[in-house]
Unconditional design. Sequence first.
Length: 299
Amino acid sequence: MSYDHLTALESEAIHIIREAVAESERPVLLFSGGKDSAVVLRLAVKAFWPARLPFPVMHVDTGHNFDEVISFRDRTIEQLEAQLIVASVQEAIDQGRVVEETGPRASRNRLQTESLLTAIDKHRFDMVFGGARRDEEKARAKERVFSFRDEFGQWDPKNQRPEVWSAYNARIRVGEHIRCFPISNWTEMDIWQYIEVENIELPSVYFSHTRRVFERDGMLMAESPYLQATNEEEVAEAVVRFRTVGDMTCTGAFESRASSVSEIIAEVAATRITERGASRADDRTAEAAMEDRKKEGYF
């Protein structure tokens, strides 16, 4: 199968990354260990090869991660000899900067915003690369490639800069920053096809495996020290995989036998449900849940 369109997408993304670095003083790349950020990291490495990555990598760590994802994160950073910055939600809780939710549906996902903005301010980052795609969710479909954030880290979807003919405006004042999304024009299918072509390593949770899960709100949630079933929820072993990776308390799995990238590509081609709509509990709290979080500074 020919994937010629990936060449155009790759060239556009590399151009965006180089333009963003040229127009900024202190860039950083957000890396969750998920498939989208893994692709952005690969594109950034290719953009400056054979030189080393010219900026640090940052993970906003909820402390409620899949062990497989953290192992993959550390292994990848070590291989690249990159600088890793960890913005810790647990540290924010311990210092009293945020208050942790309680109850069976408690999640630290919303608490990531404070840790992210604190780290951006502390390190004075003015260009923050992210792996968001416009096909993921309605709020992210509104994003520009260069997404302006004010001195409070907030986003105004009704007041965005035009990007006519792919001309990007990176002008900011002290305290402001830009979120840069190089893979805005990619789809989930493009991501998986690029992963196949580039032979990009991913955390094992993306592939079919046996795990103890229970059903909650129409999703299969992984049993873990951070998320336990109630008396009404039955835990059982199932063959599952995860379509997206995030905080364990709000990321759902689904039954799947896809154990290779080619099998996942076939699976994605057949589905009619968006990845976040199918597997992220935090996006189900309200019709505009993601947009509300993004306005506050979420990525």
